[in-house]
Design a binder for this molecule. Structure first.
Ligand code: SF4
Length: 434
């Protein structure tokens, strides 16, 4: 668990991006620090509207770098003029907004808060189902804080989910450090049963399953894929971090899976679902990663073509076994990370391109920047709809949209029926000419 400090400059769009970063960090078990001096990581979300702003951003980055343990610079200036920070000698990670949470998480699993109470944030209900994991990854510091998996009963979690739905949740995020091992501590793997029971709750909502390590879900993957196929409430989305395409590296990481197990999980979901989103993570530059190992990771990415990919450059965490290993040079790690990020852009770009011209039913999950809203389709792909207020589109609505374009992070869509929710009777919402 890390503490963070986040500073945001510029427009409401930038503030929206910071809010998203904070939400992801909180979901991951991180908490805000009292100030940059106390933070494990300081995040500077920059603006570059005028030259004076640029000078202020550079100065603020230098100030933060002096007082904080680690600095991440993101936002418009980081993306448009990242070199300005490097040329000024600022020692910071320069990242796209979307890359910040996975960088802070450093390839480790999210931690759930010790009280594991659900939280309703807008129409999103966060449901932590268990704390802890069954692994002992050699690079992980989270494990020291959270220990072995500790699972409340299915009944307890279903009741919490029911309370969230009654409180207005339209999207329930089932979270945990490793959701795939839920119930293991009580002698039985209970994730498929839990998801099935949550989907049975009366109401119109969607369920997103949070991170599940390939080792954990491999033992239940067929049953789990069945539950996904049977319940339309479940987003067809799995986040299974593979971390490397090399079995040797996975062994040194002490991961509980090997590449073949990961492939089997992917193939099972491919067989059972028409379309689903695979999200996975790679740690690049682990101390024992050779050039051949790196190529295996690149090959695996190109083969399974996940639609969401987090690439994290390895960094040592104090007290872990991996911290005692002789590390790779910074240049090697940068080059490998750059190569993998380029491949990721290509794979993700192709996935979004294939959506253009297609229609999808989506749930409006939250407000975006300006007058836009963020929606999720059945496979949890993000689609932005502009001019929402003008079209009468509100958070919590289910709509049909046609995808008209995309960038590398999300697709853009137009409501096919002017924005009217899909369950609304046209006769009631369209003025009659008679
Ligand atoms: S599964 Fe591995 S990375 Fe995740 S919390 Fe457990 S030990 Fe850490």
């Amino acid at each position: 668990m890390a503490t963070y400090h986040i500073e945001t400059y510029g427009c409401s769009s930038n503030r929206g991006e910071s809010r998203e970063i904070e939400r992801a960090l909180r979901d991951g078990g991180h908490r805000p620090a009292d100030g940059p001096e106390d933070a494990d990581v300081a995040i500077l979300n920059t603006c570059t509207v005028v030259e004076k702003t640029e000078r202020n951003m550079l100065r603020r980055a230098e100030e933060l770098e002096d007082v904080t343990a680690e600095l991440v610079v993101t936002g418009c200036m980081a993306l448009a003029q990242g070199d300005a920070f490097r040329e000024a000698g600022v020692d910071a990670e320069i990242l796209h907004w979307d890359e910040v949470p996975s960088h802070v998480l450093n390839g480790e699993c999210p931690t759930v808060t010790p009280d594991a109470e659900p939280v309703l944030d807008g129409v999103v209900g966060i449901l932590p189902i268990a704390r802890g994991c069954m692994s002992n990854c050699s690079y992980c510091i989270t494990k020291f804080a959270t220990g072995r998996v500790d699972s409340p009963t299915v009944e307890e979690n279903v009741e919490k989910a029911r309370a969230l739905v009654h409180a207005g949740a339209k999207e329930i995020r089932v979270t945990g450090q490793d959701t795939g091992v839920y119930g293991w501590d009580n002698g039985d793997r209970k994730l498929p049963e839990l998801l099935d029971r949550i989907c049975d709750i009366d109401g119109d909502f969607r369920v997103r399953l949070g991170m599940a390590n390939p080792g954990g879900i491999h033992g239940i993957h067929e049953e789990l894929a069945e539950v996904f196929a049977d319940n339309e409430e479940l987003y067809d989305f799995i986040h299974a971090p593979v971390q490397s395409g090399s079995d040797d590296v996975l062994e040194d990481m002490r991961r509980q899976h090997r590449v073949e197990k990961f492939r089997e999980v992917v193939e099972t979901f491919d067989d059972r679902l028409d379309h689903w989103t695979l999200s996975t993570d790679f740690i690049v530059g682990f101390p024992t990663e050779t050039e051949a190992d790196h190529e295996r990771s690149m090959d695996l990415l190109a083969e399974v073509r996940p639609e969401k990919i987090n690439v994290t450059r390895f960094s040592k965490r104090p007290g872990t076994d991996a911290a005692d290993m002789k590390g790779l040079g910074g240049t090697i790690k940068k080059e490998r990370s750059k190569a993998m990020s380029e491949l990721k852009m290509e794979v993700v770009g192709d996935a979004y391109e294939s959506m253009v011209g297609e229609t999808f039913e989506v749930l409006v999950v939250e407000e975006g920047t300006g007058d836009s809203v963020k929606c999720r389709d059945g496979a949890y792909r993000q689609i932005i709809v502009q001019n929402a207020a003008e079209r009468g589109v509100a958070v919590g609505d289910f709509l049909e949209v046609e995808v008209t374009g995309h960038n590398t992070v999300y697709a853009f869509g137009e409501p096919t029926d002017g924005g009217r929710p899909v369950d609304e009777d046209p006769a009631e919402s369209t003025p009659s000419s008679a």
